[in-house]
Design a protein around this ligand. Structure first.
Ligand SMILES: NC(=O)c1ccc[n+]([C@@H]2O[C@H](COP(=O)([O-])OP(=O)(O)OC[C@H]3O[C@@H](n4cnc5c(N)ncnc54)[C@H](O)[C@@H]3O)[C@@H](O)[C@H]2O)c1
Length: 327
């Protein structure tokens, strides 16, 4: 079995590559290293057990020739490459839209042409500004205006879902859509706006832990190994084709409480500093107050339960970040 992982040098992609290799699959990664890094996959390339079954192409998913060659010779595709992270999207709005819309259309078109099954990594962001919980896959969607470019990520991921479903219904493409909620774990970088790695790095350096807004906004966090397990299981499940699944944890925590927990677990001298959204991002920035998934559908298809508790997740991330800061 040969799988293509777009965005395989990224955070989730590198963990997925590792899991697929451990299962005996051949893995082809394509990544342009915009937010990913060779450091994320170096240990796989250096492992004598795994390296023979791993190939890495540094290129953009927008290159049709490279993509045709990779997808044509694969059995299935995990499409994870995307412009990701609130800060990255705000700073690179046009490139982000091109990658997320044209890039995904390219992947879907080639998977359709070569008749390959594909998983699309969508996002909880597609739900927009809901306050209720839990969010169910069939919920309506509420966005802010197009003048607020933060919604372009949500809208682009939603367009990916529409396109994937259209390829499924009109061309019979085997596609599985996953809406990932905040996924966390070792190797995730805080550089593009991801909250846990940012807080952990600040706390380990005894710098102010910067909470955007008033800190009452809540999130759930899922360990990357749990997410990867769900993605692989969904691709094995015949009835998952043409379906959309929330993939995430269900324990809600406020960002203020998360900051306190991280300061405590790192024995940090850091204080919490609240930064208004308009200072942290652009004027008129809008955040989502709450984002909690219903995972009933996922549970009913593959028996998914997130196994890893937030305490353990944080310990793993703190240990990993300590090791990185020492090297
Ligand atoms: N981490 C999360 O909490 C989360 C939540 C919701 C959805 N997702 C989705 O999961 C996927 C993986 O996210 P991640 O957290 O690992 O982020 P990441 O930034 O680590 O991974 C994305 C990868 O895609 C690559 N990439 C970007 N543009 C590319 C292009 N044009 N060509 C080739 N490669 C390109 C990047 O270099 C990076 O390695 C993304 O599709 C993201 O939207 C992630």
């Amino acid at each position: 079995m040969r799988v293509v992982i777009t965005g395989g040098a990224g955070f989730i992609g590198s963990h997925l590559a590792s899991a697929c290799l451990e299962k005996g699959m051949e893995v082809s990664i394509i990544d342009n290293l915009s937010t990913g890094s060779m450091d994320n996959i170096r240990y796989l390339q250096n492992d004598p057990r795994l390296q023979k079954r791993l190939s890495v192409t540094i290129d953009t998913i927008l290159n049709p020739l490279t993509m045709a060659e990779l997808i044509g010779s694969a059995d299935m595709v995990f499409h994870l490459a995307a412009a990701v992270g609130v800060r990255y999207i705000l700073e690179n709005p046009l490139e982000s839209i091109k990658t997320n819309i044209q890039g995904t259309e390219m992947v879907l078109n080639l998977c359709s042409r070569f008749n390959k099954k594909v998983l699309i990594a969508s996002s909880s962001e597609v739900y927009g500004k809901h306050l209720h919980a839990p969010l169910v896959e069939t919920d309506n969607i509420i966005y802010g205006p197009s003048t607020k470019s933060r919604w372009s990520y949500a809208a682009s991921k939603l367009m990916d879902e529409f396109t994937a479903l259209a390829y499924h219904s009109t061309k019979g493409l085997q596609v599985v859509i996953t809406r990932l909620f905040n996924t966390v774990g070792p190797r995730q970088t805080g550089a593009y706006g991801m909250v846990i790695p940012r807080f952990v790095e600040q706390a380990l350096k005894d710098l102010p832990v910067t909470v955007y807004g008033d800190g009452t906004q809540t999130r759930t966090f899922t360990f990357v190994d749990d997410v990867v397990r769900a993605l692989i299981e969904l691709m094995k499940h015949e009835k998952a084709v043409g379906e959309i699944f929330n993939v995430g944890g269900t324990k809600e925590i406020s960002i203020q409480d998360l900051a306190c927990k991280i300061i405590e677990k790192t024995n940090s001298k850091s204080a919490i500093e609240k930064i208004p959204y308009e200072k942290a991002f652009k004027k008129d920035f809008e955040d989502m107050q709450r984002r909690v998934p219903s995972v009933d559908k996922l549970k009913s298809f593959i028996g998914f339960e997130p196994k890893t508790d937030l305490e353990i997740i944080l310990s793993e991330i703190i240990d990993n970040m300590k090791a990185c800061l020492l090297t």
